[in-house]
Design a protein around this ligand. Sequence first.
Ligand SMILES: Cc1ncc(COP(=O)(O)O)c(C=O)c1O
Length: 409
Amino acid sequence: MSGPVDPSTSTARAGLGVGDTGDGVDLVAPLTLASVRAYADLPSVDEAMEGRNSYRRYGGGNPQRLEEAMIELETVPGRAAPVARVTSSGQAALLLATTLLVTPSRSRMVVLRPCYGGTESLLAGPLGNLGVKVTTVDVPAGGGVDHGAIVAAALGPDVAAVVTEVITNPLIGVVDMPAVAAAAHQSGAACIVDSTFTPPFLFQPFAHGADLVIHSLTKYLSGHSDVIGGVLLIDAANPAGDWLDAHSRLLGCTLSPFDSWLALRGLRTAGLRMERGSQNAAALASFLAERPEIAAVHYPGMRGPQDAALAQRLLPRGTGAMLSIDLRGGGGAADAFIRGLNGIRLAPSLGDVATTVSYPASTSHRALSPQQRAALGITDGLVRISVGIEHIDDLKAEFDAALVAASAG
Ligand SMILES: Cc1ncc(COP(=O)(O)O)c(C=O)c1O
């Protein structure tokens, strides 16, 4: 096909074998498990060591096919393609990114909060032991705040990178990511975007100034709760890309063939799943906003006209499939609500093909103290919802029944 195609088209075809004469080829790539290859002589092994197939920690067919699909998805039309490595988890992608950026003179990372709890914990904990310093910047939900300015106030010549999400976990606020990247660049820092909640069908961070992009493949991109994986992509113009291969080989955070194979299989339907999940989430957010049992619905664009304008500017194709609700009645009401769900499962993750709920206070944000959670707005009544592809009428009926149960209990 000539010319650019929609990302959902190219992903539906990701990794497919090209037809051959004679006996043909497998339509989907086989799973290759060998951890090492055999060679006939020294020149062959010498040459192979420069490539990625000799030893599976360096790459291999299944991970590389997945990387190619992710590179295609995150390539901004008209621009050079990023470089990428798939990793053993989303956390490993952040670890890999940090090792590429931190230097003795730039050893501080600025993290926008709220964000996935493990982001701050990884940087401040294990990486803190190695000398990485962390400054957190709390981004208030809603419009009227200059995100670039509040990030700029935390920057200095010792900052290696700013880490931000586009849709924040778990309060589903929209971050003015382009303004954050611009502030980072002003002080010579890189901008790392964790785009896990905003797959490339909805948002391409490199088009908005990101230098490095991370996804937890565990979530929407794989989509079936059977993979733990991540990917790190680096803009073609960023020098950190030169070291990506070496660091990935040395850290040993490679994704296994089977996880790569499963992730690629899931990825092929991710465009469709995101489209339906986004539509369902929008309908559900409006439905839940009317309910008296709920103190607040956290959903992009629902915090006033400036928030709505930011959501529309950054995410015109849809704001994703995540929302959170704050139940009146706190933890007791949240427990009764979750018990009242019938087919929707409580699971400490997101991005499954089916709707799941999670409870941030005891899962993704359990490392924060109750005071820190309260300061960020992560209340005991907060339930996070990852919306799947079910029929919207069934979702509404099930949430309706659970809300009635919560208010009765
Ligand atoms: C936004 C976000 N980023 C990163 C991660 C880490 O991903 P993984 O569990 O694949 O390491 C998570 C996990 O929940 C997440 O929600």
